[in-house]
Design a protein around this ligand. Structure first.
Ligand code: ATP
Length: 308
């Protein structure tokens, strides 16, 4: 379990993290989302004791990271896959980590197998591709068999096979009852991997929710209806308190009534329906709405292509 309470980090005049509280519980994948510069990496560094909070606390399994005697057995983390000294061989790097944390040497072979690097165990890390470096970083995180795992943008630079592999791995680690906390600025990635979401902007919590909760909340869902007698149906729906607008192609845009209710009403009145389609906002759209205004470096909208 990771718990942040009133976490603040200032660098001079920049407030990178601003009163952040959230929980990443065991047994689920918690996605940590926010635009570039939102404060995700800074928060993760504080979880690992690499940066000291200006105020507030963050604990791993009830204690600050630095309060654990064998931290690699409490939390495994991948923050920067390429931060390993290039001259070392993969297995030597992991052996050094294991021995300095009281972890048996035998774990090295096990985690290399687990991440698919067994055949590269004697190769120097400097010659690794980004994908291999990511796998080695994940092997290091798994070394102490920790109950908490934390990954900063773990799919960055991976090919589709690598992305699918990480997704499956993260889900299975959570399935074993571990706390999995991972950051991304891509909602599309989180939608496939996370159960819970902690969304931040400019160092502040925007929402802490489940993927299902984010999809359900926020409003803006409607039903698109094409009817044989649209004016009659629109009148009936309005009389029942629904709000009815028109789409550019003449279809009705109905809010305040479900597709099932609209279908029942049309059938009861003998009105023909040509199309009845609930329209839900995607997770990506919800996320964009939530973080709008908090992104520091957002690109200008692309101009419409010129009509030819
Ligand atoms: N060591 C530092 N000194 C000064 N400012 C810093 C430092 N580290 C981070 N910042 C600032 O803190 C803010 C948050 O940065 P952080 O890297 O935590 O964001 P992030 O959400 O991880 O972004 P990204 O998705 O781009 O990695 C940014 O404005 C950044 O410039």
């Amino acid at each position: 379990m990771i718990e942040a309470r009133g976490l603040v980090k200032r660098y001079g005049r920049v407030t990178a993290v601003d009163g952040l509280s959230f929980t990443a519980p065991p047994g689920s994948v918690t996605g940590f989302l926010g635009p570039n510069g939102a404060g995700k990496s800074t928060t993760m560094r504080m979880v690992l004791g690499l940066d000291a909070p200006t105020a507030g606390t963050v604990t791993v399994n009830g204690r600050p990271y630095t309060g654990h005697r064998r931290p690699l057995r409490e939390v495994g983390a991948l923050l920067d896959a390429e931060a390993v000294a290039g001259g070392r061989r993969a297995a030597d790097h992991l052996t050094w980590l294991a021995l300095s944390n009281g972890i048996p040497r035998t774990r090295v072979g096990e985690v290399l197998d687990q991440v698919g690097l067994a055949s590269a165990a004697r190769r120097r890390v400097g010659g690794f591709s980004l994908g291999m470096a990511q796998r080695l970083g994940i092997a290091a995180a798994l070394l102490g068999d920790p109950p908490v795992l934390m990954f900063d943008e773990p799919v960055n630079g991976l090919d589709p096979d690598g992305v699918a592999w990480i997704r499956t791995l993260l889900r299975s680690l959570a399935g074993e009852g571990r706390t999995v906390f991972l950051s991304s600025h891509l909602m599309s990635e989180m939608a496939l991997t996370a159960d819970r979401l902690v969304v931040i902007g400019r160092g502040r919590l925007i929402t802490e929710t489940t993927v299902a909760g984010l999809l359900a909340g926020g409003g803006g869902d409607h039903v698109r209806v094409r009817a044989a007698e649209p004016d009659e149906l629109a009148e009936l729906l309005a009389a029942r308190g629904a709000t009815v607008g028109r789409e550019p192609d003449g279809a009705l845009r109905v809010t305040g009534a479900t597709a099932g209710e609209i279908g029942d009403l049309a059938r009861a009145r003998g009105l023909g329906l040509l199309e009845l389609a609930p329209q839900r906002k995607s997770l990506e759209e919800r996320y964009m709405e939530l973080t709008r205004g908090t992104a520091d470096y957002r690109s200008a909208p692309s101009p419409e292509p010129a009509a030819s």
